[in-house]
Design a protein. Structure first.
Length: 152
């Protein structure tokens, strides 16, 4: 990994920078930021992720710009949802998605989950290919695709 990038657990102090990243990224995929519905969990990252048995990770530059995120949200004692995976468009192509996904899967094992599930839009072909590369399989297909990966 490039030494100018750091992956660390997010706190509520990171909220504004995370929301800014989400607001910049969603329009690229024809989505809008929805603070009252889909992104309401970002209002309190620690309460919605960390304190509920999951995690929320960020990747930042050496000067503390948050350029990527990934989260695990506990579904039950055995299963978690991979959520909020975003990479700033200026940093794509550097394998940061691989780094974040690897970190999330390592955290899932550390948190004793047996399965990681995710849902993504069919239009996010690069993300779907990344997930397949890491062993996720498609469980349901429609406008959105649900994928899962069993952990050891």
């Amino acid at each position: 990994m490039d030494k100018s990038f750091i992956i660390r657990t997010a706190t509520n102090r990171d909220r504004d920078k995370i929301i800014d990243l989400v607001k910049r990224t969603l329009p690229e995929f024809n989505y809008v930021y929805a603070p009252d519905t889909y992104e309401s969990d970002l209002a309190n990252i620690e309460a919605n992720y960390t304190r509920k048995g999951g995690t929320f990770e960020v990747i930042e530059t050496f000067d503390s710009d948050i350029i990527g995120t990934v989260a695990l949200q506990k579904a039950d004692n055995n299963t978690c949802w991979l959520k909020k995976m975003y990479i700033d468009s200026n940093y794509r192509g550097l394998k940061l998605g691989d780094l974040l996904l690897k970190k999330a899967l390592q955290k899932a094992v550390k948190l004793h989950f047996k399965e990681v599930c995710l849902q993504t839009a069919r239009s996010m072909s690069a993300a779907i290919n990344l997930f397949k590369k890491y062993g996720f399989v498609i469980k349901e297909e429609g406008d959105d695709i649900t994928m899962s990966k069993k952990l050891l």
